[in-house]
Write a protein of this length. Structure first.
Length: 218
């Protein structure tokens, strides 16, 4: 088993499975390697079960007929020649209009996905901000590996992972509410979770489902 060990000035040892399916241990600076190995051995069953839950990262070639996940649905990709690079999303497909054979299809797909996700996130932010009594700042879409979103509590800016484009809209909504909730409670303490349960009673179940779809934008 390949394990990433990070040593810090801490008292206790922590174990996590990254979204890329890596086993990561954060340990005190002077903790012996033997102690870390023993700790991992005790956690082996949990590690193996957790690794099985990590969705695979699918390789895409961005060719006609290739299936991509769009808002949680397997969706075929269509390609067309055009005078400019752009894209559309229909009920049964996602299309790229390509100007040249030299066009980077992956980059164009990411651009199109980002535009649609931005529009979706914007609608959800406008829906929930007045309900929650908060005033959000700018909305940004970025390729983020370690989290689904973030909130700058000073500027009120919201950042969402591009990979949310592959997730169902109700899960995107959960992430939007999560980040807006940080404008009421910056941390993840009891008050944060009490508020989340108030806004979305099933928010924990939605959080678990976030990891059940293949990742594309990593």
């Amino acid at each position: 088993m390949e394990v990433i060990v990070i040593r810090k000035r801490i008292k206790n040892m922590y174990l996590r499975i990254t979204r890329e399916g890596k086993v990561q241990v954060t340990a005190p600076l002077r903790m012996p390697d033997k102690t870390i190995r023993e700790f991992l051995e005790k956690k082996r069953d949990w590690i193996e079960k957790s690794l099985k839950k990590v969705p695979e990262t699918v390789h895409y070639d961005y060719v006609p007929g290739e299936i991509h996940y769009v808002y949680g649905y397997p969706t075929p990709l269509k390609l067309y020649k055009s005078q400019r690079n752009w894209g559309t999303l229909e009920a049964d497909s996602i299309s790229l209009f390509i100007h040249s054979e030299k066009t980077d299809r992956k980059k164009l797909y990411e651009q199109v996905a980002g535009e649609f996700l931005y529009a979706t996130a914007s609608v959800l932010v406008k829906k929930w901000a007045p309900v929650m009594g908060v005033v959000p700042g700018n909305i940004k879409i970025r390729k983020v590996k370690s989290r689904w979103g973030s909130c700058n509590v000073k500027t009120h800016d919201l950042t969402f992972s591009l990979d949310l484009f592959t997730k169902p809209r109700d899960l995107i909504e959960s992430v939007v509410v999560h980040e807006l909730n940080h404008l009421l409670e910056p941390g993840h303490g009891p008050r944060f979770h009490t508020l989340m349960a108030h806004w979305l009673p099933d928010y924990k179940e939605r959080s678990k489902r976030l990891n059940s779809f293949p990742r594309e934008f990593v």
